[in-house]
Design a protein around this ligand. Structure first.
Ligand SMILES: Cc1cc2nc3c(=O)[nH]c(=O)nc-3n(C[C@H](O)[C@H](O)[C@H](O)COP(=O)(O)OP(=O)(O)OC[C@H]3O[C@@H](n4cnc5c(N)ncnc54)[C@H](O)[C@@H]3O)c2cc1C
Length: 448
């Protein structure tokens, strides 16, 4: 590894994990490293920490931990990512911190003061906060030590809620909940989830797994792909959400199963594009009002948005952009909302560095339609307005249409992060165009 870094010390070095990010994080015209052989897993004797090679897939780590009655504190919707890739981008699930928060130390191959390649172990202070979510800017992550916890079981069911208040009223009873704002009907569907009192699988759990795989992960997604992307029929998409989805949801069917079985989905079966916007908890309500109003206006040019939404758009001088996206794109996938606890990091999306310590909510926008341009225009509009008026932040591992000068104010930890990068990579070898644009080039004019 050090030899490779020495050989490319005047070029650009990036690492590819599982390649599951929707942005240019892995792009380089010089060296691209694949760490798939760095997969060693070592559980520490206290059974509270696990050290794992950066190239190990999360699924492999979960299986290894599971055989010893352990698991990770937090995982996303899929487990195909590498540990280093997921940590590098603040990958998260719902109701817990992001995976980055649970990182206790990191071994990084980087550059010393004179530009010589070296390996450092980072296990405390600001450097650890930077390394916990680094988007690969500190160097090549060889090994990560993460907290692990005893295996737990999750009880869940899917239940319709009349409005956002009803969803949030249930949050303390179901702290792992995630919920969906359904396009066309704009109804709220809660994935009610909590840690089960004991580790016992319910009788119907296998049937539930099969139902979820066949009906939701495959058939529903196939239906959306077919109607929205291939047939381009707004009417049929509307039919799916008004008529079919309600009969596929069984609110009384409550199931308890092992945490990784419940929390993971086969969300990777159909190719899509995703942008995810994080807002602080106190901004969730206006943020969801805003997202649903903009998506409705994008779907129907005559849709009248409220005075509050109009004022928000006017206040950030985005009226012309709004006029351009009206009637241009029909959103066709549930908007998933997940609560992420505040992270002790510098730049993960729910970092609490320099801001009031509160939960964040990740609002996900997914499209299956191609060409992607109409979605990208709407998503860019949402990102720009929400960063300016709702203190929003964008997921580092998803589509990221904004530049550092536009998002800099959202991350009070960004300057400290940049300073730490300079100690690990004085020549900027680990910076590619994506990193320059989104993290390092913080000055310049802002022309959305
Ligand atoms: C179907 C699907 C579902 C998803 N679900 C979720 C979810 O539920 N929650 C969530 O938060 N995210 C989710 N994501 C996003 C995903 O978790 C992140 O994009 C994650 O970074 C992907 O990991 P990867 O191993 O594919 O990394 P890559 O995409 O390969 O790399 C991500 C970044 O990390 C850097 N990197 C990777 N390995 C290293 C290393 N060893 N050293 C230094 N830098 C490195 C890369 O250069 C790049 O900048 C999902 C993505 C997909 C495709």
């Amino acid at each position: 590894m050090l030899r490779i870094l020495e050989e490319h010390r005047t070029g650009t070095v990036r690492v590819v994990g599982a390649g599951h990010s929707w942005n240019g994080g892995i792009e380089t015209s010089d060296a691209l490293l694949d760490l798939s052989h760095f997969r060693r897993i070592q559980i520490h004797s206290d059974s509270r920490r696990v050290s794992v090679g950066g190239g190990c897939r999360i699924a492999e780590l979960l299986a290894h931990l599971g055989r010893r009655g352990l698991t990770l504190s937090s995982i996303g919707l899929i487990a195909r990512q590498t540990v280093a890739g997921a940590v590098a981008t603040g990958t998260h699930g719902s109701g817990r911190h992001s995976m980055s928060h649970y990182v206790e130390s990191v071994r990084i191959a980087c550059y010393g003061k004179e530009g010589e390649a070296e390996v450092r172990t980072v296990d405390s202070g600001q450097a650890l906060r930077a390394a916990r979510c680094s988007v690969g800017a500190l160097g090549v992550v060889l090994e990560v030590t993460l907290k692990c916890v005893p295996q737990y079981y999750v009880r869940e069911r899917c239940v319709w809620r009349p409005d956002l208040d009803a969803v949030l009223d249930n949050e303390s009873a179901a702290p792992l909940q995630q919920f969906y704002l359904i396009p066309h009907t704009w109804a709220y569907l809660e994935h009610e989830r909590s840690v089960a009192p004991d580790n016992r699988r319910s009788g119907g759990a296998m049937l539930y797994r099969a139902y979820w795989l066949v009906v939701i992960d495959v058939l529903l997604h196939l239906g959306i792909k077919l109607t929205a992307s291939l047939l381009r029929s707004r009417r049929l998409v509307d039919f799916i959400y008004r008529r079919l989805l309600p009969v596929c949801i069984f609110p009384k069917w409550q199931v308890t199963d092992r945490s990784d079985r419940q929390l993971l989905m086969r969300h990777d079966l159909f190719r899509h594009l995703e942008m995810e916007v994080f807002v602080p908890g106190e901004r969730l309500r206006p943020a969801l009002d805003f997202v649903s109003a903009v998506l409705r206006a994008a779907d129907n040019a005559d849709y009248e948005v409220s005075a509050g939404v109009c004022d928000r758009i006017g206040a950030v001088e985005m009226r012309d952009s709004f006029a351009r996206i009206r009637g241009s794109y029909s959103h066709h996938y549930p908007v998933c909302v997940r609560r992420v606890r505040p992270d002790d990091t510098l730049i993960s999306m729910s970092s609490c560095h320099g801001v009031e310590r509160q939960d964040w909510y990740a609002i996900s926008l997914i499209t299956f339609t191609e060409p992607r341009l109409p979605f990208r225009n709407v998503a860019r509009f949402l990102a720009t307005t929400m960063v300016r008026s709702l203190d929003a932040r964008l997921h580092w591992g998803k589509w990221h249409p904004l530049e550092a000068r536009q998002i800099g104010d959202s991350y009070p930890g960004l300057a400290a992060f940049q300073a730490i990068c300079a100690h690990f990579d004085p020549q900027g070898v680990f910076r590619n165009r994506f990193l320059e644009e989104t993290i390092f080039r913080t000055s310049g004019h802002d022309n959305p």
